[in-house]
Design a protein around this ligand. Structure first.
Ligand code: CP
Ligand code: NVA
Length: 305
């Protein structure tokens, strides 16, 4: 049995298999062919942080696969009153078939997975957001960008870390630009660099967005203030001056480059209203694809238990 906690736990071939499944299931869904891959299965979904996309896509996704989703906000279950994760995992995994968790430290997911009898999926942690980044790559493939040069401009956060894992596993070129003091986690960069040696991925790190975006196929950014960092907003907004993705920055990328954002977006901070709206078809396709990509991941996990 495998858990989906980080992209680093999978081989290139396994990641591509999940993407192929997502492609097939998306086509079936578009043809209104509902195939009950996960008939009568229950997906437990624990949320310790807010969500729109992750909740709606997992809940709809499991339903479309013939199962049912249980939305469990940590405020409403005993976990929020201090019942240990290891007990919650042992109880839930005797009743449900798969569990998705959105939480704080990645170590909470590791702890939960250790005690779970069923596959556990990371629906975002402080360190990683693997289902989002699988979706981003799936979307780029749909847009015909099969070997994209990826530029990430902004905070060295969960989105950046998962993108580093994907790039280093698949052998992509990825440039990361972060302000000083907001770089990616050193240990995570080291893991990515080790994989890059094998896959021939080219990873570069800058403190200047202009260096990262030159001739890129896609410019990606994310909020400067992730969930849990609200009290740092003022300091962060100052530190990220010059990191707003605008027309001038997009013009340094390839002429057919696209802009991507996992959402929610904060217009006038990490991206201008103009650039965001110019690429709204890409960004909302990226959002829709959460539904399809996660179905691929759930079915793959079910096939490998
Ligand atoms: N991108 C993303 O995970 O969105 P939510 O926080 O709305 O789930
Ligand atoms: N980096 C953001 C992503 C939100 C989907 C956060 O962790 O809040």
């Amino acid at each position: 049995m495998k858990h989906f906690l980080s992209i680093k736990d999978f081989s290139r071939d396994e990641l591509l298999e999940m993407i192929e499944l997502a492609k097939k299931i998306k086509a079936q869904t578009k043809r209104k062919e509902f195939v009950p891959y996960l008939e009568n299965q229950t997906l437990g979904m624990i949320f310790e942080k807010s969500s729109t996309r992750t909740r709606v896509s997992f809940e709809t996704g499991i339903y479309q696969l013939g199962g049912i989703g249980l939305f469990l906000s940590s405020n409403d279950i005993q976990l929020g009153r201090g019942e240990p994760l290891k007990d919650t995992a042992r109880v839930m995994s005797r009743m449900v078939d798969m569990i998705m968790i959105r939480t704080f430290e990645q170590s909470r997911l590791d702890e939960f997975a250790k005690y779970s009898k069923v596959p556990v999926i990371n629906g975002l942690s402080n360190e990683y957001h693997p289902v989002q980044i699988m979706t981003d790559y799936f979307t780029l493939l749909e847009l015909g960008k099969t070997n994209p040069v990826v530029a990430y401009v902004g905070d060295g956060n969960n989105i950046t870390h998962s993108w580093l894992m994907l790039s280093s596993k698949l052998g992509l070129e990825m440039r990361v630009a972060t302000p000083k003091g907001y770089e990616c986690d050193n240990d995570i960069v080291k893991i990515a660099k080790d994989y890059a040696l094998e896959s021939k991925a080219k990873l570069s790190f800058y403190n200047d967005p202009n260096m990262a975006v030159k001739d890129a196929d896609v410019i990606i950014t994310d909020t400067w203030v992730s969930m849990g960092q609200e009290s740092e907003k003022e300091t962060r907004v100052k530190a990220f001056a010059g990191y707003m993705v605008d027309d001038a920055m997009m013009n340094k990328a390839k002429s057919d480059a696209v802009f991507m954002h996992c959402l929610p977006v904060y217009r006038g901070y990490e991206v201008t209203e103009e650039i965001f709206e110019k690429f709204e078809d890409v960004v909302f396709l990226e959002a829709e694809n959460r539904l399809h990509m996660q179905k691929g991941i759930m079915v793959w996990l079910d096939e490998h238990r």
